[in-house]
Design a protein around this ligand. Structure first.
Ligand SMILES: CC(C)(COP(=O)(O)OP(=O)(O)OC[C@H]1O[C@@H](n2cnc3c(N)ncnc32)[C@H](O)[C@@H]1OP(=O)(O)O)[C@@H](O)C(=O)NCCC(=O)NCCS
Length: 164
């Protein structure tokens, strides 16, 4: 999924979704820093310093095997990022961040579908994610996509096993 694909979100906002690369690390980090504190906390389970956030995002976008999908408005503003990171034992871990003013319009679901589809084409069959227990929108997105949700202490694990 190298070329940008245009998706119309509920509410009529058009976004272009394309695979991100190392050159996108700075802009994606700035996008993350523009999220509300609540959203940043939900994404990172803490509020990382600016330097730590830049380092984390750079790692996400440069680690071989990782897949980033970036959603931009037609004007080029980044409004969403989805990450699939291969796990040591097989499978891939997923994480998402959507701009606060674009949440609840289907972009999280769209990026989830895009990541699962692209990683499936690479042979990945198991998908996992961890979210804070109180993160109801993320739980709803995973549950709606057929993931099994397992409660931990303060967090929830979402797991999907695809048939071959
Ligand atoms: C969690 C997050 C990624 C969700 O993204 P989003 O774009 O708002 O998600 P969507 O619009 O696709 O889905 C959310 C809504 O659609 C509903 N939905 C999604 N897929 C659905 C499905 N298949 N069936 C039914 N409902 C569904 C959800 O119930 C939810 O409803 P709401 O709008 O009433 O809350 C976003 O809120 C976010 O970035 N939060 C901060 C960072 C974060 O929490 N990251 C997660 C770390 S893993």
């Amino acid at each position: 999924m190298r070329a940008a694909a245009t998706t119309i979100l509920s509410g009529g906002l058009a976004v272009e979704i394309a695979e991100g690369g190392p050159g996108d690390a700075g802009p994606v980090a700035e996008f993350m820093l523009g999220l509300s504190l609540d959203s940043r906390h939900d994404r990172f389970f803490s509020i990382p310093s600016t330097e730590a956030l830049h380092a984390e995002v750079r790692s996400e976008l440069t680690t071989p095997g990782n897949l980033s999908l970036i959603a931009r408005t037609p004007e080029g503003r980044i409004v969403g990022h989805g990450l699939a990171a291969p796990l040591a034992g097989g499978g891939a871990e997923l994480a998402f961040a959507i701009a606060d003013d674009v949440q609840h319009h289907g972009l999280g679901t769209t990026l989830l579908n895009g990541l699962v589809s692209a990683m499936r084409a690479r042979g990945v069959r198991r998908f996992e994610a961890t979210m804070l227990s109180e993160n109801l929108p993320m739980r709803a997105v995973f549950a709606g996509a057929g993931f099994t949700l397992v409660a931990g202490s303060g967090s929830i694990e979402a797991v999907l096993e695809l048939a071959d």
